[in-house]
Each structure stands twice: as C-alpha cells, then as structure tokens.
Design a protein around this ligand. Structure first.
Ligand code: MSP
Length: 633
C-alpha cells in the first residue's frame, strides 16, 4: 500500500530549508548541539529566518557546572516490566553511579510512557480505566527499580500535568515556526511499535518484523511534522559529530536512513482519545512519540516550579546521554534532534543504542510474551548477581541470549570465587594471625611490589572502559584484579609463612594487607555495577556506610588502608548459587557410592575433579571411579 501525504496548511514555505544558513561552527553549546530557527515569529516567515545563533531566551542555563544528564527510555505501561526493560535501567544506573564517583552532578532520568492506543487497549483488556491502569504499572516500575538498586533522580510520567504543559508549549512553538501542517495520511500501522511502517520493511502479510503481528491499514487526517525540512542538518549532524550516535555501527544505520531521504511524519491521532489534546485542534491527540520524547525535558522541572519550557531547559538540558534499545534508534537519532532543532533547543550529546536481550534468538518482550521476570531472578539469585551478569555477559551494544546455566556459572566464578573467597580467606588469615587488625599501611606494604602496579593499571583500564560505556570490559578489568589477587595469594602462601614466625610472618602479614587493599579498590571500581555487594566488601574492611557513600573514583588510588584499621568479623559477602539439579546430582552420586562393593575409603581410587567445561556443574566435584582399582579390590 502506498503512503500518501497531502498538504493542506502552511504548504511549501518550509521547503525554504534553513540549512542554507546552517553553520556547524555554532553547533556545540555546553556539550549539546544547538540548532535554532527564530522563535516566536510568524509561521510564514520562520523557515526563511532560521539561524544558528544562540537564542538568548533559552540560553539562560543556570550558570553552574553542567550536570551529567542521563536518560533511559520512558517505558510503555502496557504491561509490567520485564528483564529486557530492566536491562537499560541497570546499565543507565551503572553509568550514573560511575559519573557520580567521578564527582559529577548527575541527573538520572527515567519514567513511564503512558499515552496512546496501545496503553488504552491494555487498560481495557484489564478492565481498568487508562489512568488507574497507568498508576498500577508505573508503580510496578518504581518498585522494580528499588529492587534492582536503580537509583534514579527523576521519574517522569507522561500523564503528569507538568509534562502535558511542556508538550503543549513545545507543539505550539514548532507550529509557530511553521514546521507543523495538516494532511491526510494512509499507511500501515504497528500498534505495538506505535509507528507507521514502510511497506518495504514488513514481513509477509504485512507483519511487523519486531512484533510479528500484522500491521493495520489506517487512513487519517493528521498533523504532520516537517521532518524532511531537516534533511541537510541531520546529514551534517551525523557527519560532523560521529559521537552523536553510538556504537559506530548504529551510526552507520542512522546515516543510511538519512541518505534514503527523510519523510515528514504524522504527530497527531484523530482516532485516539488517550493522549494530550493538540493545542489547535481538540479533536486530535498528540502522537505518543512526539509526546514521550519531551519527557526527557519535562523531567528536569522541579516539583514546585511553574512548568514552562524555558524553566525545564535551564535545569540541565541538553542531555549528555540517551540510553536506548536499538529498536527505538530512529526516534531518538532522527525524529528527536529534528524536533529540537524546530523548537530552537540544543541537541543531546550522545544517543547510545544497545542490543536486545533475547530468548532463543528472539527479542524478549511484552508483546511476544517470551520474557524473564526480573523480580524472580532477584529473589532467586540476588540483585548483585542479576546486575553483574547482564552487564558483564552482554557486550554493551550487542544482543545477548539469557541462559540460566551461564548465569550461575559466571556469577559463581567471578563474584563467589574470585572475589568472595579471596576476601574471606584473607580476612580469616588476618583474624587468626593479626587479630583482624592491619599491621602496616597498604602503601608501605606494597613498596616496590609489581602487584600494586598491576592493580593500578587494571583500575585505570576499568575507568577508561566506563568512560567509553564499555561496561562489560570494565567488569572484566576489575575481576582481573581479583584474579591477580588469587594468584598472588597462592604464590606467596602467607598461611605457611605465618607458621615460620619472624620476618616470614611479617612478610605474610604485609601480603594480607596488599590483598585487602586490592579488595578495597575492587569495592569501589565494581560499585557502579554491583553496589550492594561492594558495600558488603567495604564493610568487611571495617568501613561505615557513610564512608562507603562518600567514596569517589580517586579513592581507587593505592594506599587507602592504613595501619591499625580493624576489619569486621569475616562473613561471606556473596553466597555461591547452588542449582537444585546440582543437589540432585550430588544425591545420585551418593546413592552410587553406597551401591558400590564395600571398600576402604581411599582404596577406591576416587578422584575429585573440577570440570570447567560443563557450565552448570562448574564447581561441582565430579567423582570419577577408577574402575580398575574397584574391580581388583
Ligand atoms: N515508550 C517507548 C520509549 C519512549 S522514550 C521517549 C518504548 N518503550 S518500551 O517499553 O517498549 O521499551 C523501552 C526500552 O526497553 C527500549 O529501549 C527497548 O529497546 C528496551 N527493551 C525492551 N525489550 C528489550 C529487550 N528484550 N532487550 C533489551 N532492551 C529491550 O519503546
């Protein structure tokens, strides 16, 4: 089916593209990019008058240090959250925590997207009014974020009246600038994507490639946003600012969409009641995406503030980073910057499109119903395991398939063994030999020691990875510190030196201080990813919660632990996850043993072996029977 657009209002003027006056040198303003048509002029003149000079009315950004403004998408409330939605928020939280460690003022924005056809239909299906339905599901998101240690600063609901005010003001501004016109539209609509689709991208029977459901044929009289007018600016934007879209392979995708030619899109719905009314036509509501994207700006308003666009913008706009899934890249990397240009507002610095969590290769999602429940995972395995697994296992940007075996294997190996065991055996030795008290400063203990240098290099590597949003590699560098600590411990064997007394014992106690200093550094460097676990490690090192909350990245410098510091009573910081099937396997092995011919223990030739290739039974002792010995006995 062909898509048709007919102008009926303000026709043609916007074809005088403002791109001719576009000057990339004026783009960067305080980390954001500014494109400005002349605001508040009559629509008929606006296109011709576009310029890129700063707009004084909107540049009154509070003259403080620019905060690091980070956003997750605003989640649809058609159904409660699942692990796929939680993934973006966990990643955003890790980045926000890292930025706070750097000493930045962070504004971490999340929220819920509550208008539109899909939400209204979900409410009807549940027998609720849309607003009751939105209250319930929005609350479910907030509860989940608490369980997942997602510490956002702002939670915006698109049904919040202050948001509605901002959307209406924004719409009116863009209308006044001549970038909105009325036309008929006919096309194929995917309700789950809330998007008109290009026929070329659909599967057989006009099915959406993401949701696999047929798109509906729609014909409407709508208001349109003149996206095509911004063709040139968007081309220049991605050409001159390659960091605008990350990772680089997503930038390529965006560039090819732009090259294919930008089409105006409909920003109102005549057939949808559950939405913000169009200011100049109460019979229509504003398209849910045009509405929701503005949540990133309305979220910045303080509760008591009189809502207006200038006030919101001056509270931290532009965003430093929009974290999104790759399915909503077009909205964020094309529609959104063009909308901002049309209103004369600065552009976000970076849009990062991560991959999907998949199950059996298909995007995990509410519409396909193949989700994993994050609450259930947290209850079974704990919040640190969940956060760590997804951030460590899935390279940020790529897709990642969930497997329980892999989950348990990774989490047990890295958190329980590499970190947890190292800490508890070191604290155990310190308790036994030094009354849990550090005998020397960690700086002195490590003088001339190559291990210290190794730790310093690894923590710097972790920092660089976090800065570049390579969260998995950051985790890897931190766990490498733990691995190096285990190797150091095994090589130096302090337990045997304590037995020798004198200088050997002194060296052994220094070795413990060195390992504990490495643990302290791990506790800071891994805290963006596993904050609860890291707090437990920190408290084992004899620190208070206030001290933990006050740490910053510069505290990863070697030398924080001082002589006389008393460690806490050693308690495991991370319990190994035991699979039920592992328990069953153990019982089976036990039964086997009792059925074997009676033999003296030891003469059976039983071997305990770790079998690293088998993920589920990674740490389960595999009992091998030396059949020859049994038979000959
Ligand atoms: N409401 C819009 C966003 C508007 S932002 C102004 C929306 N909502 S959503 O609930 O459908 O998706 C929210 C985010 O969750 C998107 O970034 C999406 O990519 C992400 N995910 C949903 N399922 C996912 C996976 N299975 N895996 C990873 N992320 C996924 O789109």
């Amino acid at each position: 089916m062909a898509t048709r657009v007919h102008y009926s209002l303000q026709n043609g003027l916007w074809l005088l593209s403002p791109s001719s006056s576009f000057n990339p040198r004026f783009n960067f303003i305080r980390n954001g990019l500014r494109f400005r048509p002349n605001l508040f002029t009559s629509s008929s003149n606006s296109a011709a008058l576009c310029s890129c000079a700063p707009n004084p009315s909107l540049t009154t950004i509070k003259q403080q240090e620019k905060p690091f403004v980070l956003t997750t998408p605003l989640y649809y409330v058609n159904a409660p959250p699942h692990m796929g939605s939680a993934y973006t928020s966990i990643a955003a939280d890790a980045i926000a925590r890292f930025q706070r460690l750097l000493g930045k003022k962070v504004i971490f924005i999340t929220g819920t997207d509550e208008h539109g056809e899909k939400i209204a239909a979900a409410a009807t299906a549940r027998g609720s009014s849309p607003s009751e339905h939105c209250d319930t599901i929005s609350q479910a998101y907030k509860i989940l974020w608490r369980e997942l240690d997602v510490a956002y600063d702002k939670f915006i609901r698109t049904t919040d009246p202050k948001h509605e005010t901002i959307v209406k003001e924004f719409y009116s501004t863009v209308l006044a600038n001549g970038d909105i016109y009325r036309a008929d539209y006919e096309g194929l609509y995917c309700v789950n994507c809330e998007e008109y689709k290009d026929e070329k991208e659909l599967l057989d029977n006009n099915r959406c490639p993401v949701h696999l459901k047929p798109c509906a044929s729609r014909k409407e009289d709508n208001y349109f946003f003149a996206l095509s007018k911004y063709q040139k600016q968007l081309e220049e934007l991605v050409l001159l600012n390659p960091d605008f879209v990350q990772p680089s392979y997503r930038l390529n995708e965006v560039q090819s969409w732009i090259r294919a030619g930008l089409k105006d899109f409909s920003i109102s719905r005549a057939s949808v009641d559950w939405g913000i009314p169009v200011p100049n036509d109460k019979k229509q509501t504003i398209y849910v995406w045009f509405d929701a994207l503005l949540g990133y700006i309305s979220a910045l308003l303080e509760d008591k503030e009189q809502p207006n666009l200038q006030m919101a913008v001056s509270s931290g706009w532009p965003a430093s980073l929009h974290l999104i899934g790759k399915d909503i890249l077009r909205f964020h990397a094309i529609y959104w910057p063009a909308m901002l240009m049309a209103a004369g507002l600065s552009l976000p610095k970076t849009v990062f499109g991560h991959g999907f969590l998949t199950k059996d290769g298909m995007k995990m999602g509410k519409s396909l119903g193949n989700t994993i429940e994050p609450n259930e995972l947290v209850q079974r395995f704990g919040v640190d395991a969940v956060r760590y697994f997804f951030l460590r296992e899935v390279e940020f940007g790529s897709d990642g398939d969930y497997s329980e075996d892999r989950f348990i294997s990774i989490v047990n190996a890295h958190l329980a063994n590499t970190i947890g065991n190292l800490l508890s055996r070191t604290l155990g030795l310190l308790k036994k030999n030094c009354q849990s008290t550090l005998p020397v400063d960690s700086a002195i203990a490590a003088e001339g020691n190559a291990f210290k240098e190794n730790v310093e290099n690894l923590v710097e590597k972790a920092r660089i990875c976090y800065v570049n949003l390579l969260i998995s590699s950051a985790c890897e560098a931190v766990i490498e510190i733990g691995n190096a600590g285990n190797i150091y411990m095994d090589k130096h064997a302090p337990w045997s030196h304590f037995k020798q007394g004198g200088a050997a014992s002194e060296a052994a106690s220094k070795d413990l201080v060195i390992i504990l200093e490495a643990m302290r550094i791990i506790a800071i460097a891994l805290s963006p990813v596993a904050p609860s676990l890291c707090w437990r490690i920190y408290s084992q090192l004899g620190h208070s919660k206030d001290q933990f909350n006050a740490v910053n990245w510069s505290d990863t410098k070697w030398g924080g632990l001082k002589a006389g510091q008393v460690m806490a009573q050693p308690t495991p910081v991370f319990a190994r996850i035991e699979l039920k099937t592992q328990g069953r396997m153990k019982a089976k092995q036990q039964q086997w043993l009792t059925r074997l011919p009676k033999a003296k223990e030891g003469s059976l030739g039983l071997k305990l072996q770790l079998k690293p290739s088998c993920a589920a039974a990674h740490y389960l002792p595999i009992i091998e029977f030396d059949i020859f010995t049994v038979l000959c006995h």
